[in-house]
Write a protein that binds this ligand. Structure first.
Ligand code: SAM
Length: 279
């Protein structure tokens, strides 16, 4: 029987690959190993927003207008976040991870893909309530400079507060959530002391390497956009960064089950996607 030749890629798949290559060569942002579906969704959305007829037209602007690329980056990354997102995750941290961290003299935490900071502030609040914030160093990293800038400001939209407050309570919060922020017009500013030990920094899970030994890595809703080899690259960084018996937290739709690291971590709270490095 003759083997059927593989189908050639469609024109738009070719354009998409060329666009990712152009972005990588020109700006060193590496989206080449993001899943095809997420690339397509983001790029099609950008085409609509910029009113451009084709991916090739987008590429033309990317190559010749660096300021345009900065705007496009907001569409290629997905800066969607929420405080105490998936409250069960934060409750499991409080009950199963924090008691172990409390036995350490000092701790380092890496929040990878921190976006606009909601996850970082949630963790900082949790650590403060558990008496750990003062001896914690948090590295909060992302590839999107605009998101990092917003995260540093600690300012969030007032209209999201009702959801955040409900999440906080479901995550085992022990105080009034309003203790942590002051409201001004349509925004709230979180207590800057929550961020006294936070370093916000540019870091790509696709191209950069490990920068510190940590006891806990929280990387939520980022791997979901990566293909299998890139997921393994990121998990390799987390494994290398984590010290002995370190903890790893992923997003609700993420797992290490089908990765090359399935034998290197054991589930601690499987449903909440919290793992522990194997001895
Ligand atoms: C959906 S947000 C997740 C935010 C937060 N972790 C949460 O769960 O609410 C995904 C974030 O991953 C970041 N990201 C995408 N690719 C990345 C990469 N290669 N390295 C680091 N961060 C990346 C995006 O910029 C975006 O801020």
């Amino acid at each position: 029987m003759t083997e059927r030749a593989p189908q050639p890629p469609s024109d738009s798949d070719i354009e998409l690959r060329l666009l990712m290559e152009a972005i990588y060569l020109k700006y060193s942002y590496d989206f080449r190993d993001y899943t095809g579906a997420s690339q397509k969704r983001r790029v099609n959305h950008a085409l609509g927003q910029f009113n451009l007829p084709s991916i090739s037209a987008l590429q033309e602007k990317v190559l010749h207008e660096p300021a345009f690329f900065t705007r496009l980056l907001q569409y290629l990354t997905i800066p969607v976040s929420e405080m105490f997102r998936d409250p069960a995750y934060f409750l499991a941290l409080r009950r199963q991870v924090i008691p172990v961290l409390q036995t350490y003299a000092s701790i380092k935490i890496w929040v990878a893909g921190c976006s606009t900071g909601e996850e970082v502030f949630s963790l900082a609040i949790l650590l403060r309530e558990e008496g750990l914030l003062e001896r914690s160093q948090i590295y909060a990293t992302d590839i999107n400079p605009a998101s990092l800038e917003k995260a540093r400001s600690g300012i969030f939209a007032l209209d999201a507060l009702r959801t955040y407050t409900a999440n906080y309570q479901r995550a085992g919060g022990v105080r009034a959530f309003s203790d942590y922020y002051t409201a001004a017009y349509d925004a709230v500013r979180f207590d800057p002391s929550l961020c006294a030990n936070v370093v916000f920094a540019d870091h790509s899970l696709a191209t950069d390497s490990v920068f510190a030994e940590t006891q806990f890595v929280s990387c939520r809703n980022v791997l979901i956009y990566f293909n299998r080899p890139l997921q393994d690259r990121a998990l390799g960084l987390f494994h290398e960064s984590l010290g002995r018996r370190g903890f790893l937290g992923l997003g609700a739709k993420e797992s290490i089950d089908f990765s090359g690291y399935v034998d290197r971590f054991e589930p601690l709270a499987r449903a909440e996607r919290i793992y522990r490095k194997m001895p």
